[in-house]
Ligand binder design. Structure first.
Ligand SMILES: Cc1ncc(COP(=O)(O)O)c(C=O)c1O
Length: 406
């Protein structure tokens, strides 16, 4: 099964460049000739360096494959990178969200406000933890939760326990406003930072605004562990509960024996995944810089066309997990790019409240016009760190040709 089949985020064909994309002529040429056989410019291109391969080899030689010191080291390094006191590694971003909600203390039947315009995992995690997802609309420029619409929902309901904002495409949600709302009403805030490794608001890292935050390390993300996830928090109680929950409720303060003090799951990360993650974390700033440079080039070169390029509100630092444009001509533009071998993605074609799996959820019939319109108009272009200048030109020329030959 391919990544595309398991996760629509992977749409567009993924290649893993084990040579590390050194930036030398030879490496780039090899990568590009391989691509010709599949997609000329893929939507995602995870890049594993020799260092990652060596780290994995030493774990294989060591034989401690599951949880262990490598995972603890990755947790410490990731917490330091996020400026949080604690981090708990998990099997993926979905289990990170689920375990974090359990650790924060979401009670069965309590409602949590989240975005309808996200990967379905944001809302699924609330249901899996026994809660009820309730959707507020997005801001049409940032595609993230609109604080004013969150206020509207809060005025209508008295069962809301928390807010789960999503930093979509790598752009932070309006955390100052959302945290003020949560403080006023004593709600918890869990940040879904699965797409936003390294993004900031006024210099403050996403992951440090709420009670906790969750990241995904799926291969299309700004850094990967293959599958993997992480909870970060400054709350010792949340970290301790989460660490226990992901390990069958094991007593984390004990001596490592088989004392299980609560019900939990096996949501653990493996040492192999942690080894990849440690190598990738060292390159996160480099990857994000490359994504931002690619985005700045697109911003400049697409500015005069009849499409909307991504917003970056003052104070926010976008890390461009996706570079998402918006046009009423979306499907035709995607077809033009596909004919030229350029991978694109629609994140997301169906807002969560309209997913078949949400027919039985109480807010399925909600009217969320900004999310619904965005779902018809957004298209993500390749923006990953592996793009060459030639790749970028190929994308820009194809988009320009589409709009100028109509
Ligand atoms: C916004 C968002 N939340 C949650 C997830 C779930 O992460 P994972 O696929 O690692 O379970 C993803 C991953 O695609 C995501 O993009």
């Amino acid at each position: 099964m391919t990544d595309t089949e398991t996760n629509p985020e992977a749409d567009g064909g993924i290649e893993t460049s084990a040579d590390g994309g050194t930036g030398t002529e030879t490496a780039e040429t090899d990568v590009e000739s391989e691509r010709e056989a599949t997609t000329a410019v893929p939507i995602a291109d995870p890049e594993l360096s020799d260092d990652a391969v060596q780290r994995v080899e030493s774990i294989l030689e060591d034989g401690r494959l599951a949880d262990g010191p490598e995972v603890r080291a990755f947790e410490e390094e990731f917490a330091a990178c996020c400026d949080t006191d604690e981090a708990v590694a998990t099997a993926n971003g979905t289990t990170a969200l689920h375990a974090a909600l359990e650790a924060i203390g979401l009670e069965d039947g309590e409602a949590v406000i989240t975005s309808p315009f996200s990967f379905v995992a944001s809302a699924n995690a609330i249901r899996l933890a026994g809660g009820k997802p309730v959707f507020a609309d997005i801001d049409p420029e940032t595609y993230t939760l609109d604080p004013a619409d969150v206020e509207r929902v809060l005025a209508e309901r008295d069962d809301i326990a928390g807010i789960l904002p999503v930093h979509l495409y790598g752009l932070p949600a309006d955390m100052p406003a959302l945290c003020d709302i949560a403080d006023d009403r004593d709600l918890f805030v869990l940040e879904d930072a699965c797409q936003a490794h390294g993004a900031t608001v006024d210099g403050q890292r996403v992951g440090t605004f709420g009670d906790a935050a969750c990241f995904s390390f799926y291969p299309t993300k700004n850094m990967t562990t293959s599958e993997g996830g992480m909870i970060v928090t400054d709350r010792d109680d949340v970290a301790e509960h989460a660490a226990s929950y992901v390990n069958h409720g094991r007593d984390v303060s004990g001596t490592g024996g088989y004392d299980h003090v609560a019900l939990g799951h096996n949501f653990r990360m493996t040492s192999i995944e942690a080894a990849i993650g440690r190598a990738q974390l060292e390159r996160l700033s480099e990857f994000n810089r490359a994504r931002r440079e690619n985005a700045a080039a697109y911003d400049a070169e697409l500015a005069d066309l009849p499409l909307e390029t991504p917003a970056e509100p003052t104070g926010s630092r976008h890390v461009y997990h996706q570079y998402t444009v918006r046009t009423t001509d979306r499907d035709a533009l995607a077809a033009t790019l596909s004919e030229r071998g350029i991978g694109t993605g629609i994140y997301y074609e169906t807002p969560i409240h309209h997913q078949p799996a949400y027919e039985t959820v109480s807010t399925a019939a909600a009217r969320l016009p900004h999310a619904e319109r965005a779902a018809d108009e957004v298209l993500s272009l390749p923006v990953h760190q592996g793009l060459s200048a030639r790749d970028r030109r190929t994308v820009v020329e194809a988009v320009r040709t589409h709009f100028t030959t109509q």
